[in-house]
Design a protein around this ligand. Structure first.
Ligand code: PEP
Ligand code: MG
Length: 577
């Protein structure tokens, strides 16, 4: 058998579910099979155990949800929140409890109660609803595992690997340890299933729906996974591996990202905690473009004092060395509740007292604490400040007045000394439209495309069903970004993008073309985005972006990118352009 023939035979084709490449050994997913366990209890005892198992699963879902929110993946967190809601449905609880009381083992009871719901979804003519049946099966499976005392934590590989599985449930995907799993391939699944959506949010390359996968791949075999093309090479030939030095080398790039025609684009990383900052520094990020401070305070029973905040910030700035860190002041409310700062319920939390509004209206003292801490750290480290959820000029002026007071309190350098740069998130349409006015008050803008898209389309970002509507590649979003960049540049201010759009390989040519100066991305995407920027010609991107502004919708924009060979598949081929 020639090597050409064997590599031909081992090229498996599936559905491209999440972009990126990975080269690593195969690791076949190992789950204790439910079938081999003893029957679950029945009667009163069974019903009680069922309730305990449900509470356990809810607790675990809420911990994973918090992690996803912390990474800015609120829509993806919504997937698991919807699963937790299923477990609060009184019809389920009463139905399953009733069956258990009548003698059905508790695990069978929960499966039987949920079965009609999953069957209804599967029978839907809409493929999106069909794919949701997997979420119901996943919930049932989790409860059954908890009932049998099977570990929540899967056995994981001992070295960075590509997971190979028949299918992965959304909760399993969200729980994958990114240090050990560099990509995954499954025999089942679709691109619209929640597993694929989560993989994209986690920056985990994935190919799903590969027929015959489990037959073709053994543990430890070398795999080259291509999440852009939807292919998996088993035992790839040397020429295919060239350029893929392995998972660790793929993820690191500390060199500046400069386009082919010489435009520098800063590529920073988003961070929610010290661990993220360390990952960002290791990945070679140019700085932290968004430090979501509310997540530094997650898990605390009370808000930290000024001194405690100084210590937290210093640990983050120390991790980044001389590279800048942009601290976003607390953005609490809506999809980011903070237990240490409970707020009364609201009818429309996303439109409610959140972000800067909360602090100006209710807790200016908290803002002052955070600003004093920031100023103290900024005296020694390159720390910048950013206010979230700004709608009006007046809000910025109020916040800056509190900052001026705080500067006096801590003897921060005055107007003539080195001043901590102050920016705002542009994530409310009123701020985007008023960018020319706001640009006079601040040093920089960072466009929060997650919220900007949500508010522009009036589409709740935590509702996965509305995901396709809130398309950040839609010309409505692009026009708004165009307007913000023009206003900022007219006032010689720089503009970043720190929403998930900055990590989207489809969006990068458009953002560069619109003149965005900085992209703040998910830590695992730093190297990938830098490599993409280097493939681009900024002048060509500007022409394409200008054309995109005139198109009818997101799909038309994607089509244009394909025609111009600026889609992810073309961009990663150095010779393909
Ligand atoms: C955004 O809205 O795009 C953003 C980056 O902020 P967050 O996701 O934390 O609301
Ligand atoms: Mg936001």
């Amino acid at each position: 058998m020639t090597s050409a023939n064997s590599s031909e035979r081992k090229r498996l084709k599936g559905i491209a579910a999440a972009p990126g490449q990975a080269f690593a050994p195969a690791w076949r997913w190992k789950d204790a099979p439910l079938a081999s366990t003893a029957p679950a209890p029945t009667g009163e005892g069974g019903a009680d155990e069922l309730e305990r198992a449900i509470e356990h699963v809810k607790g675990r879902l809420s911990a994973t949800t918090a992690r996803l929110h912390a990474g800015g993946a609120s829509a993806e967190a919504g997937i698991l929140e919807a699963q937790a809601l299923m477990l609060e449905d009184p019809a389920l609880l009463e139905g399953a409890r009733g069956l258990a009381m009548q003698g059905t083992p508790a695990d069978v009871a929960v499966a039987e109660t949920m079965a009609p719901f999953a069957a209804m979804l599967r029978a839907s003519p809409d493929p999106v609803f069909q794919a949701r049946a997997a979420d119901v099966d996943d919930v049932v499976d989790q409860v059954r595992r908890a009932l049998h005392g099977l570990s929540d934590v899967p056995v994981l590989p001992s070295q960075p690997s590509i997971v190979v599985a028949r299918d992965l449930a959304p909760s399993q995907t969200a729980g994958l340890d990114r240090a050990l799993v560099v990509g995954f391939a499954t025999e089942q699944g679709t691109a619209t299933a929640h597993t694929a959506i989560l993989a994209r949010a986690l920056g985990l390359p994935a190919v799903v729906g590969i027929p015959g996968l489990l037959e073709a791949v053994a543990d430890g075999q070398a795999l080259l996974l291509d999440g852009d093309e939807g292919t998996l090479l088993v035992d790839p030939p040397a020429e295919a591996i060239r350029g893929h030095a392995g998972p660790a080398a793929l993820a690191v790039d500390a060199e500046p990202a400069v386009t082919r025609d010489g435009r520098r684009v800063e590529v920073g990383s988003n961070a929610a905690n010290l661990e993220d900052a360390r990952r960002a520094a290791a990945a070679g990020a140019d700085g932290i473009g968004l430090l979501r401070s509310e997540f530094l305070f997650l898990g605390l029973e009370r808000l930290p004092t000024e001194d405690e905040q100084v210590a937290m910030l210093e640990s983050v700035t120390a991790a980044m060395g001389s590279r800048p860190v942009i601290l976003r002041t607390l953005d609490v409310g809506a999809d980011k509740p903070l237990p240490a700062l409970p707020q009364p319920p609201e009818a429309n939390p996303a439109l409610g007292v959140r972000g800067l509004r909360l602090q100006l209206l209710r807790r200016p003292d908290l803002l002052a604490d955070q600003l004093r801490a920031a100023l103290r750290v900024a005296a020694k480290h390159p720390l910048r400040l950013m206010f979230p959820m700004v709608s009006t000029l007046d809000e910025v002026r109020q916040a800056k007045a509190i900052l001026a007071e705080a500067a006096k309190d801590v003897n921060a350098p005055g107007a003539n000394g080195p001043r901590m740069p102050v920016g705002i998130m542009v994530e409310v349409p009123a701020a985007a439209i008023g960018a020319d006015l706001l640009a006079r008050e601040v040093d920089f803008f960072s466009i929060g495309t997650n919220d900007l898209t949500q508010y522009l389309f009036a589409a709740d970002r935590t509702n996965p069903e509305l995901g396709p509507l809130a398309d950040s590649l839609h010309p409505a979003v692009l026009r708004m970004i165009d307007q913000v960049v023009k206003a900022a540049h007219e006032h010689r201010r720089w503009v970043g993008v720190c929403g998930e759009m900055a990590s989207d390989l489809w969006a990068v040519p458009l953002l560069v073309g619109l003149g965005v100066d900085e992209l703040s991305v998910l830590p695992p995407m730093v190297a990938r985005i830098k490599a993409t920027v280097r493939q681009l010609n900024a002048a060509e991107c500007a022409t394409v972006a200008a054309a995109a502004l005139t198109l009818e919708g997101g799909e038309a924009v994607r089509h244009l990118l394909e025609q111009r060979h600026l889609e992810p598949g073309s961009l990663r081929r150095p010779t393909g352009r």
